[in-house]
Design a protein around this ligand. Structure first.
Ligand code: ADP
Ligand code: ZN
Ligand code: ZN
Length: 718
């Protein structure tokens, strides 16, 4: 009789039972622990899975007889030690439960792609090292170290000698995983003293018994400086620091601030190659990196001892992952700060309503900075576009035009925000009013003049522009609306001498395009930067004294419950780009609706009044933060099948008196799929999650017909 281990493994499995493990047996002496990756056979396919647990049995035959079926052996043990430590393993299980998603998808979300448990897991890049076995060799060639990279060794030893040394056994060549190089860790002092307000804020943070802090402060009020000070304190305590930002390419200034204050800061974001990510990941795992500045996925870095987490611009939508597992980085950050017993700073000039509501109820500690360090807030003007249109100013209002001219005279810079890319959003037949739609989505195609094509902004479909009208065969098309391409053209017409640069999803496709545009603008190679919401985030250009916001009320008309909040955020954030240095700034906000509280209060930068107003609407409509929500999205190629499933779902939840059900409502068709959504509201989040699980577990939906996606605490619902 031979003892064997029975190993339970999580693998990616296409059927609905989400969190089953599958059993395999294992006979070799190699230890097998939770969090190790293994290769197994599943239905004839070799796939990579995660070990969840293992136990010994005396005899495999007897065990299999008891089970009633035979189990297969583990084919390969990939890792020597767990790739996911205990903390992260438990975090993955918790996240799976909270987001109603497969455990394996949570592990996948945590790991850089080279480590992901998929069938084609790539191996790490290796490099050759020389191990010197003979001290004389060190002396002769003047090497101080006993082990060094082959390429460094060869700088001093020619090929002939190298081969001799190798053959005689004086040196040995070994392959090792390539590691990123790290600089010596070092701290530089701030070039100024903290303001009294900053000192006070740091005191409150350090003395609070609450680990979660909401740092509410205008743009330019000195929040980043507070992060830097707290990071320094944590490093002195020999702890690690994690700074999360919405998008690295748009927040290079945060990276630069940290790099100018600390040596040895690691940057982690989606733009890194798989290998670069893997290297950063291992450095953190080995505790060699003290400070990481990163985007969403950096929250899963395998830190040993976190002393501080910062979530800068906590209101930003990019903190919510929009594919499974649909986690919110803030929730993960709270969980990790509990585990590590460290402070978590949520920083923003425009916190989400839910965070601010929690802060005033003392669920989070509220810390407020209400003065700008260098300048007062810019002067803001609200411009009534319906009046301007009557004067013939369809795109650019008179006052904004004048203000731009002034800046160009003074050699100061301008930022113009229009949150719509392309040339025009609608192309219409001027004979019969037919609108060109995407063949796969219920969405009008936008005209892009750069490449003279019609493009779907939802699925990316593009087609040539020379279409005859399918209805009346006319070739007369008219363009409606204004996108960033058209705006750039119009501004250039008005100011032929001005140097313009456009920043939107089209102009930033190439790697590093963002940082190239931003650094040229910073060096004042351009006078005017025109762009979508990309340019509203975190930019700090001292020479910018004018910000113009076009179509400010446009986003209000979305159906999303958060649309007023996101409109408010966008205006306040964009305004904050103006007048950040010694010259005072101005902001012009063009809007058709000038009486909407969201617009008016954003122009006045009055967050508190906005918060109170918006909260009363949320209360009346029973929206978050007054309730918890989950959205269930059904999608598939056959309209009737999808609709049936959605109605079955809503019927199920309607039987329950403790939740409220909205829908099913039919959403726009996207990528050829019909979509229906139901929304479930509940007072109690954990109860809601349990109910969703009970429903989900009894589903026998054929994924190929209808896909079901649950989104707990959806960020956007449009
Ligand atoms: P926020 O993160 O709130 O936008 P920052 O920390 O970036 O604010 O501060 C805004 C500007 O003021 C920056 O240019 C920063 O260098 C400067 N600053 C911050 N704190 C101080 C201080 N105590 N004394 C002088 N300048 C400061
Ligand atoms: Zn027509
Ligand atoms: Zn489309």
């Amino acid at each position: 009789m031979k003892k064997v281990s029975i190993v339970n493994v999580y693998i990616e499995h296409p059927i609905m039972q989400l969190n089953n493990t599958f059993s395999y047996f294992h006979q070799s002496k190699k230890r097998i622990e939770r969090g190790i990756r293994v290769r197994v056979d599943f239905n004839g396919q070799k796939i990579v899975g995660f070990v969840d647990s293992a136990f010994e049995v005396d005899d495999l035959e007897t065990y299999q007889t008891k089970l009633g079926y035979n189990i297969k052996p583990i084919e390969e043990i990939i890792d020597e030690e767990p790739i996911i430590n205990d903390e992260l393993y438990n975090l993955g299980l918790w996240m799976s439960r909270q987001t109603i998603s497969p455990v394996i998808s949570c592990f996948q979300a945590m790991l850089p792609s080279t480590l992901k448990p998929v069938s084609s897991a790539k191996k790490a890049v290796m490099e050759n090292w020389v191990v010197i076995k003979n001290d004389e060799v060190k002396e002769i060639y003047g090497f101080e170290e006993t082990e060094l990279l082959l390429k460094d060794f060869k700088k001093k030893v020619n090929d002939y000698r190298y081969r001799k040394l190798k053959d005689s056994g004086c040196i040995e060549i070994v392959k090792r995983e390539k590691k990123a190089e790290i600089e010596q860790f070092k701290v530089y002092e701030a070039p100024y003293n903290l303001t009294e307000e900053q000192e006070k804020a740091i005191d409150i943070i350090n003395n609070s018994t609450n680990n979660t802090i909401l740092l509410h402060g205008l743009t330019g009020s000195g929040k980043t400086e507070i992060y830097l000070q707290l990071a320094k304190q944590a490093c002195f305590k020999k702890k690690q620091v994690l700074i999360l930002v919405p998008e690295i390419s748009l927040t290079s200034q945060m990276v630069n601030r940290f790099k100018s204050r600390f040596n040895g800061v690691a940057i982690y974001h989606s733009g890194l190659s798989a290998q670069e990510k893997y290297q950063q990941y291992t450095l953190v795992k080995e505790g060699k990196v003290k400070i990481v500045v990163g985007t969403r996925s950096a929250i899963f870095m395998p830190f040993k001892d976190i002393g501080l987490i910062v979530l800068d611009e906590e209101h930003d939508g990019s903190y919510k992952q929009d594919s499974t597992p649909k986690y919110n980085t803030r929730d993960i950050a709270i969980k990790r700060s509990e585990t590590h017993n460290c402070k978590l700073i949520l920083g923003s000039a425009t916190p989400t309503l839910e965070s601010y509501a929690r802060a005033i109820k003392d669920v989070y500690q509220l810390v407020t900075l209400d003065k700008r360090i260098n300048q007062d807030l810019p002067r803001s003007y609200l411009i009534d576009m319906s009046k301007e249109v009557r004067k013939g100013n369809y795109i650019i209002s008179g006052p904004l035009l004048k203000a731009i001219a002034e800046r160009l005279d003074k050699k100061q810079q301008v930022i113009l925000l229009l949150n719509r890319r392309g040339y025009t959003p609608i192309v219409k037949c001027s004979n019969c009013a037919y609108v060109v739609m995407c063949p796969h989505c219920d969405v009008a195609l936008s005209y892009h003049k750069d490449d003279d094509r019609l493009v779907c902004h939802v699925c990316g479909h593009s087609q040539s522009n020379d279409v005859t009208c399918p209805k009346c065969k006319s070739k007369m098309w008219r363009n409606y609306g204004v996108g960033t391409q058209r705006l750039t053209e119009e501004i250039q017409k008005k100011f032929p001498e001005a140097r313009l640069v456009r920043m939107d999803a089209d102009s930033t496709r190439k790697k590093d395009a963002h940082s190239k545009i931003l650094s040229s603008f910073e060096k004042q190679k351009y006078d005017i930067l025109i762009g979508t919401q990309m340019i509203s985030k975190g930019l700090d250009f001292p020479n910018v004294t004018l910000v113009g916001i076009f179509n400010a009320d446009g986003p209000l008309h979305r159906t999303d419950y958060r649309s007023v909040e996101t409109t408010f955020d966008l205006i306040v954030q964009a305004s904050g780009r103006s007048g950040r240095s010694s010259n005072p700034g101005e902001v012009y906000v063009q809007s058709y609706d000038i009486n909407h509280y969201g617009i008016r209060l954003a122009v006045r930068q009055d967050y508190i009044t906005f918060f109170n107003n918006e909260m009363s609407y949320r209360h009346a409509a029973k929206y978050p933060p007054y309730t918890f929500m989950a959205a269930i999205l059904f999608a598939g190629k056959d309209d009737e099948t999808v609709k049936d499933k959605a109605f079955d779902g809503s019927d199920y939840f309607r039987k329950d008196q403790t939740v409220r059900v909205l829908g099913p409502s039919r959403l726009l068709k996207i990528k050829g799929e019909y979509r229906y959504r139901i929304i479930i509201k509940s007072k109690d989040k954990q109860q809601l999650i349990e109910k969703l699980w009970s429903w989900y577990e009894i589903q026998s939906i054929n994924k190929r017909q209808v896909s079901v996606q649950i989104d707990v605490d959806p960020y956007i619902l449009d």
